[in-house]
Design a protein around this ligand. Structure first.
Ligand code: CP
Ligand code: NVA
Length: 306
C-alpha cells in the first residue's frame, strides 16, 4: 500500500504513470465512457483549511469513479476539539477506503499516515501541495511544454515552490525560482532537491530578480503572497513582494509562446495582473480542470498498489 504525501517518495516512472492514467480517465470522461474504477469505494476528505478546487475535484472525482466521498472539516469534527490525528486515522481507516487530508504541518499529515491502514493523500500542507503539481504537469503536457521546459516560478518560497522543486528534480527539467530576500524556499527542501537533481539532470536555480528567472521561460507560474495561515503577515508581505507581480512586462521576457499557470485562487494586482490572468497565455482554467482528472488518475493508481 502507498500513500501520496510528497513527490519526494515517487519515482519519475510512477509520476508519469499517474499522469498517463489521468489522461486516459479524462479521455474516457470526455467521450462519456467513464469506467467505475472505484465502484462502491469511499474517500474521507479532511479539511483543516479552506478549499474550492481540492474539495470539488476529489468529491466529484470519486463520484465519477463510482465511489462516494465524505467531507470532514476540523470545525465540525472532533479534530477541532483536540482528538489526536493518530486516533482519527485509525477510526477512519476502519470505515473509508482512502483518505485525503488538507492540514497545516507536514508532520501531522505524516503522523496520520503512519497510523492509517488505507492510502492517505496530501491535499496541501504548509510544506507541500503535490496533487496540484500533477495537474500542472498534465497542463504542461497538453500545451506542448513537457520536452525540456524551462519553468519560472515567481514569488513566495512556499508549498507550491517546494512541490515544483520536487517535480523538476524527479522529472529532470529546468526550474528557476525568484523570491524576495527572506522568502526563499526551505533550506532542507533545497538541499534534498538539488541532490536529486544531480541524478535526474534537472537544473534548479534561485534568484532575487524575477526578470532573470523569467527570461526565455516556457512556463511562468506564481502563487499567492499570503498563504492560508499567514493572514496576519499580509501588510508586511505586500511591501516585501513589491516588484514580484507577474504582469505583461514580465511575461514579455518569457518566450512568445510561454504559458502562464497559477494554482488559484489568484489575487489580482498582487502576484499577478488582471491582464496576464485573463490574457491569451493564461491556461489557468485548464489547469484547474486537470485537478479532477489528475487526482482520479492518482486514486485509481493508489487503489492498484494494495
Ligand atoms: N489550488 C487549490 O488547491 O485550490 P483550493 O484551495 O481551492 O483547493
Ligand atoms: N500557497 C497557497 C496555495 C493555495 C492553493 C496556500 O497554501 O494557501
Amino acid at each position: 500500500m502507498r500513500h501520496f504525501l510528497t513527490l519526494k517518495d515517487y519515482s519519475k516512472k510512477e509520476i508519469l504513470q499517474i499522469i498517463k492514467l489521468g489522461f486516459k480517465i479524462k479521455k474516457r470522461l470526455k467521450k462519456g465512457k467513464q469506467k467505475p474504477y472505484l465502484k462502491k469505494q469511499t474517500l474521507a476528505m479532511i479539511f483543516e483549511k479552506s478549499s474550492t478546487r481540492t474539495r470539488m475535484s476529489f468529491e466529484i472525482g470519486m463520484y465519477q469513479l463510482g465511489g462516494h466521498a465524505v467531507f470532514l472539516s476540523s470545525n465540525d469534527s472532533q479534530l477541532g476539539r483536540g482528538e489526536p490525528m493518530k486516533d482519527t486515522a485509525r477510526v477512519i481507516s476502519r470505515m473509508a477506503d482512502m483518505v485525503m487530508i488538507r492540514t497545516f504541518s507536514q508532520e501531522s499529515l505524516e503522523e496520520f499516515a503512519k497510523y492509517a491502514t488505507v492510502p492517505v493523500i496530501n491535499g496541501l500542507t504548509d510544506l507541500y501541495h503535490p496533487v496540484q503539481l500533477l495537474a500542472d504537469y498534465m497542463t504542461m503536457v497538453e500545451y506542448g511544454k513537457s520536452k525540456n521546459p524551462v519553468v519560472a516560478y515567481v514569488g513566495d518560497g512556499n508549498n507550491m515552490t517546494h512541490s515544483w522543486m520536487w517535480m523538476a528534480a524527479k522529472l529532470g527539467f529546468e526550474l528557476r525560482i525568484a523570491s524576495p530576500k527572506g522568502y526563499e524556499a526551505d533550506g532542507v527542501v533545497i538541499h534534498e532537491t538539488l541532490t536529486e537533481a544531480k541524478k535526474s539532470g534537472a537544473k534548479i536555480t534561485f534568484f532575487h530578480d524575477p526578470a532573470e528567472a523569467v527570461k526565455d521561460a516556457d512556463v511562468v507560474t506564481t502563487d499567492t503572497w499570503i498563504s492560508m495561515g499567514q493572514e496576519e503577515e499580509k501588510e508586511q508581505r505586500i511591501k516585501d513582494f513589491e516588484g514580484f507581480i507577474v504582469d505583461e512586462a514580465m511575461m514579455k521576457l518569457a518566450k512568445d509562446d510561454a504559458i502562464f499557470l497559477h494554482c488559484l485562487p489568484a489575487y489580482r494586482g498582487y502576484e499577478v495582473s488582471e491582464n496576464v490572468l485573463e490574457g491569451k497565455q493564461s491556461v489557468i482554467f485548464d489547469e484547474a480542470e486537470n485537478r479532477l482528472h489528475a487526482q482520479k488518475g492518482l486514486m485509481v493508481w493508489l487503489d492498484r498498489q494494495r
